[in-house]
Ligand binder design. Structure first.
Ligand code: C2E
Ligand code: MG
Ligand code: MG
Ligand code: MG
Length: 292
């Protein structure tokens, strides 16, 4: 029976597999031209200081407007870009665009904010990454301290000494390094102590329902405590409700990012938020009872 079931599964799986690889092939062809055809666009999601309530930065998130297929989310094409090496050109475009944009907001006299850019595994491992970064920062005129590079735990599985060396090289340029999606990998905080990160982003899966889910609450509490003792600032990702926010506030989380404050928006819209001085509408005393 098991064999028969296996056979059936195989049969029904084959066509999907086939069409998926065909899809990837056509996507790959069009992704090749996406940069030069200007089909990529950067969205910016505000990052907010929890104590002060103001915008302190933005995460740049890439979007692909495919001429026929419409908007393709990054989870669909970034892995493909990684596999094919196209990430090099895309990543370069993302970095340059984010730095130029942030510098131009500052030049217009808006309150200076930092910009966070996601670096994929392959990008981090480019031998000339720091040269590329120097050139990009130079072109834009952005002060490096406003640039933050987001890396995931995947880079930690490599040679530890070499990775630390690379991180130090990047940091010596003045940029900040954050560990993205923390908790989704396997590394413990004590292991992280070896790496010179500046910020830690707690993944949305821990933040979700933190006000009702005791396990998530306990984990988030422990992560924030330990991160602070290692001198890391903490950003909570994917904050959607004021109840989640209240718990994060009680736990002294430094920054939050999520739909509660704003979805990722176009550059124009983000600029408007900065101009208007959009703030987090949050009164701790009104929600304190939620955490008691
Ligand atoms: P990430 O770096 O962890 O980015 C956060 C993702 O969570 C974004 O998805 C954002 O839209 C989403 N998000 C933010 N707040 C909320 C919330 O309150 N609720 C929910 N449900 N989601 C929220 P997005 O833009 O689809 O990006 C997905 C992933 O794609 C990113 O995860 C990142 O790993 C990758 N990515 C995006 N842009 C780039 C890029 O320029 N380069 C590279 N290498 N990767 C990128
Ligand atoms: Mg990120
Ligand atoms: Mg993340
Ligand atoms: Mg994520």
């Amino acid at each position: 029976y098991a064999k028969q079931l296996g056979g059936n599964q195989y049969q029904s799986y084959t066509p999907t597999l086939h069409s998926e690889s065909l899809d990837d092939l056509t996507l790959e062809t069009s992704l090749r031209y996406a940069v030069e055809r200007q089909e990529l666009q950067l969205y910016y999601q505000p990052i907010v200081g929890l104590e002060e309530g103001n915008i302190v930065g933005a995460e740049a998130l890439v979007r692909w407007h495919h001429p026929q297929q419409g908007m393709i989310p990054p989870v669909k094409f970034i892995p493909l870009a990684e596999q094919t090496g196209l990430i090099s050109a895309i990543g370069e475009w993302v970095l340059q665009t984010a730095c130029n944009q942030t510098k131009s907001w500052q030049a217009e006299g808006l309150p200076p904010v930092r910009v966070a850019v996601n670096l994929s595994f392959r990008q981090f491992n480019q031998v000339d990454l720091s040269e590329r970064l120097v050139r990009i920062l130079d072109n834009s005129g952005l002060d490096p301290r406003y640039l933050e590079l987001e890396l995931t735990e995947s880079i930690l599985v490599q040679n530890v000494e070499l990775t630390i060396c690379k991180l130090k090289e990047l940091k010596s340029m003045g940029v900040k390094i954050s560990l993205d999606d923390f908790g989704t990998g396997y590394s413990s905080l004590s292991y992280l102590q070896q790496f010179p990160f500046d910020l830690l982003k707690i993944d949305r899966c821990f933040v979700q329902d933190i006000n009702t889910n005791a396990t998530n609450a306990a984990l988030t509490h422990a992560i924030i405590q330990m991160a602070h003792s290692l001198n890391l600032k903490v950003i909570a990702e994917g904050v959607e409700t004021s109840e989640e926010l209240a718990v994060l506030y009680e736990n002294k989380c430094d920054n939050i990012q999520g739909y509660l404050f704003s979805r990722p928006v176009k550059a124009e819209e983000f600029k408007q938020m900065l101009q208007e001085g959009k703030r987090l509408d949050f009164q701790p005393e009104r929600v304190r009872h939620l955490t008691e």
